[in-house]
Every structure is written in structure tokens, then in C-alpha cells.
Design a protein around this ligand. Structure first.
Ligand code: FES
Length: 375
């Protein structure tokens, strides 16, 4: 039997295993130990060792690589807290999950662990929420979700060039193309920024998003609902801020990592046969860079694009006269016409895809994401 503890071989006796010299093990308040594939979170505090299972009952985070806070082992992935002696993690008043706990003894100068657990684990169980229902297009007219990413002071509406053109496009969709439309203004939604679980492990980034699962007040679920279930076409409008899309746009797309990650992890493409188009306006330039990012990101999610998938406007580097910029857009018949033609192209493509879907079930992965996640 091959046991590992920091790369050292550990002698084996029945279910008791020698973890090594107490004096060395004392030096780490929390460490991960692996015995024949069983991961243990070994802690030492106030002169006493404790051992509990090292695999978080939530979705498998490495507890031994977390932190010790008082008598609690804090999972490094989503910060669930387990009592280091009982292995219990309380989630609210009446709900608890647990990892196994193990018996320890000191003989001579060595610490021993009995791999026959004193208590079993209690797993979290599968998450069920509205965003886990099967993805199926409901019959009916083409549905367009307009997403405005511009920021405004609450209670003080101002004219927005990108939102004006978005409303023009949606109005055309309703009145002339017989589409259903809805508008989501990100500034009206309360949602938390992505907390970077993916940066710890690809397996720590979940669908539905970990924040959506745990925070009932987080309203990005409205955007997920529109993108994954309701809409055939999404139309995203952004201003240009310092050469990039708005900060709210980035706050939204970072939270969409969990959609893309399903392709990497499970070869599961949540977005199929859907169309994306963009409206980009700014006092200053950088339209091509902003459009390039948007096209690249939404292509990675699985969206398809009509010919000429964005319209844009900017006054340019030497024309920083914002009053003039607003008047220009308000009066521009060309831009308004461009917004109508953009939505028409998007709806035409969407109609074709509804009649003969391009992706029926499995979609080939491509690009960098052709490589499955390791581990
Ligand atoms: S809190 Fe441990 S895996 Fe989520």
C-alpha cells in the first residue's frame, strides 16, 4: 500500500496509519494528507490535532488547502466552514452538511490516524433551481432581449446614445418584424461581481453561477434566464469608456464565465442557435477593439452572428464635444436606420435557425476550448 504525506512514504498497520513525527506535523495549522487516495484535512490548534475529510461536501474543494479560523476549517473554493472536530458545516438554521471525521492517536513521537471514519459525510445533494431546467425553445415569435450596459445615476435619467439606438432597434423589432422584445438595463439590476472562483480551479466555477445559487438577492439571474432560455436574439448596447466597453458590460460578462465553463468542463453548450448583435457608441474612438472583444466573447459562448453584426458611432479623438455628440445621434437618420437594419439582419438569421437549427444536440468544440479541462 502506498501512502503519501508531503511526498514521504508512511508505514501501514491495519486501518491505523502513521502520519509522521508530531513535532513536524505541529508546524502547520492545517494541511492536506492523502492516504491511498483518501484526502484528509489535518488541523492543529491549541495543542490538539483533529482530522476530517479533505473533500468539501459542497462541490469537492480541497479542505486541507483552505484556512483554519478558530475551530473551523474554511474551504478555499466558496468558504463553507466545517468544525474541525465534528466535520459539520451548518448552512442556515436547520440545514447541515458534513465530511467524515477521523480518530487520531499519538504513539511514541508519531501521530497515527484511523482511516475507519468515526462518522460518515453528509453530501450537499444536487442543486435544483429554475436555471437547471432543460433548455428548450418555447414556440412563438422570435424573441429579442436588449441589454443596455450604460450607467446612470439612479433617479436622474439622462440621454444615452447607445440606449437610444437600442430602443430604436427594439421598437422596429416589435412593430415591423413581429418579434417579442424585452429590455434589461444592467444599471437597474442588483448583482455582485464575479468573485474569481475559476482562478482557483476550473471545478470551482459552477453553472448556475455560485453567486446565483447562494444569493437570492442577486439579479443577474434575469440576464441568464433571457440568454439561455427566453431569447432567440440578444442585442447588447454599450458606450465606449476609455477605449473599452462599459464597466457594467464587463461586470456582466465576467459572471458569464460559468456559461462558457460548461463547455470546457462537460462539453455542454448552453447557448445554441441563438444570435447576437451589438450597438457601440462613444464620444471617443476604439470601436473596432470594443466590437472585437464583444464578438470574441459571445462567439465563445456559442452565439452566431448575422452579416455585419454591429453598428457603431463615435465622434473621434479630436471632437470631445459631448453636447454635440448627443445631438448628432438624436438627429441622425442614418444611425436610426442602421439600428433597424441591424435588428432585421439578426432576426432574419434567427428565423432561419429556428426553422433549421444549425446545432441539433452536440456541438464540436473549437479553438482553445477544444481541450477538455484536466483533473
Ligand atoms: S465551499 Fe467547498 S467546494 Fe464550495
Amino acid at each position: 500500500m502506498n501512502l503519501q504525506n508531503g511526498g514521504r512514504d508512511i508505514p501501514v498497520t491495519s486501518t491505523w496509519h502513521d502520519l509522521g513525527p508530531v513535532e513536524i506535523l505541529k508546524n502547520s495549522p492545517l494541511q492536506e494528507i492523502s492516504i491511498d487516495g483518501t484526502r484528509i484535512a489535518l488541523s492543529f490548534a491549541e495543542g490538539e490535532f483533529s482530522a476530517i475529510g479533505g473533500v468539501c461536501a459542497h462541490v469537492g474543494g480541497p479542505l486541507g488547502a483552505g484556512t483554519l479560523s478558530g475551530d473551523e476549517v474554511v474551504c478555499p473554493w466558496h468558504y463553507f466552514r466545517y468544525h474541525r472536530k465534528t466535520g459539520i458545516c451548518r448552512l442556515g438554521e436547520s440545514h447541515e452538511i458534513a465530511v467524515p471525521r477521523y480518530e487520531l492517536k499519538i504513539e511514541g513521537e508519531h501521530l497515527f490516524l484511523n482511516l475507519a471514519a468515526l462518522s460518515p459525510g453528509k453530501p450537499m445533494g444536487e442543486y435544483h433551481g429554475s436555471l437547471t431546467r432543460p433548455i428548450q425553445r418555447e414556440p412563438g415569435p422570435i424573441r429579442i432581449a436588449g441589454i443596455s450596459t450604460t450607467i446612470m445615476t439612479p433617479g436622474h435619467p439622462r440621454y444615452s446614445t447607445s440606449e437610444d439606438l437600442l430602443e430604436t432597434a427594439l421598437e422596429h423589432g416589435r412593430a415591423q418584424l413581429q418579434a417579442e422584445t424585452k429590455t434589461l438595463r444592467l444599471r437597474d439590476l442588483h448583482f455582485r461581481p464575479c468573485e474569481g472562483y475559476y482562478s482557483k480551479s476550473v471545478h470551482a466555477c459552477l453553472w448556475p453561477c455560485t453567486i446565483t445559487r447562494g444569493d437570492k438577492n442577486d439579479e443577474l439571474s434575469q440576464v441568464y434566464e433571457a440568454l439561455i432560455y427566453w431569447a432567440d436574439v440578444i442585442l447588447i448596447a454599450t458606450p465606449i469608456r476609455w477605449g473599452a466597453a462599459s464597466s457594467l458590460y464587463y461586470k456582466m460578462v465576467e459572471r458569464m464565465n460559468c456559461i462558457q465553463n460548461q463547455i470546457t468542463l462537460h462539453n455542454k453548450v448552453l447557448i445554441q442557435n441563438k444570435v447576437a448583435s451589438f450597438i457601440i457608441t462613444g464620444g471617443q474612438d476604439n470601436i473596432q477593439l470594443v466590437a472585437g472583444q464583444m464578438l470574441g466573447f459571445f462567439a465563445e459562448l456559442g452565439f452566431l452572428f448575422p452579416p455585419f453584426p454591429f453598428i457603431a458611432h463615435s465622434l473621434g479623438w479630436n471632437a470631445e464635444n459631448m453636447e454635440r455628440n448627443m445631438k448628432y445621434v438624436q438627429r441622425s437618420r442614418m444611425l436610426r436606420q442602421g439600428a433597424r437594419e441591424l435588428v432585421r439582419r439578426a432576426v432574419n438569421l434567427s428565423r432561419t435557425l429556428v426553422e433549421s437549427p444549425l446545432c441539433e444536440s452536440e456541438v464540436e468544440r473549437a479553438g482553445r476550448k477544444a481541450s477538455p479541462a484536466e483533473g
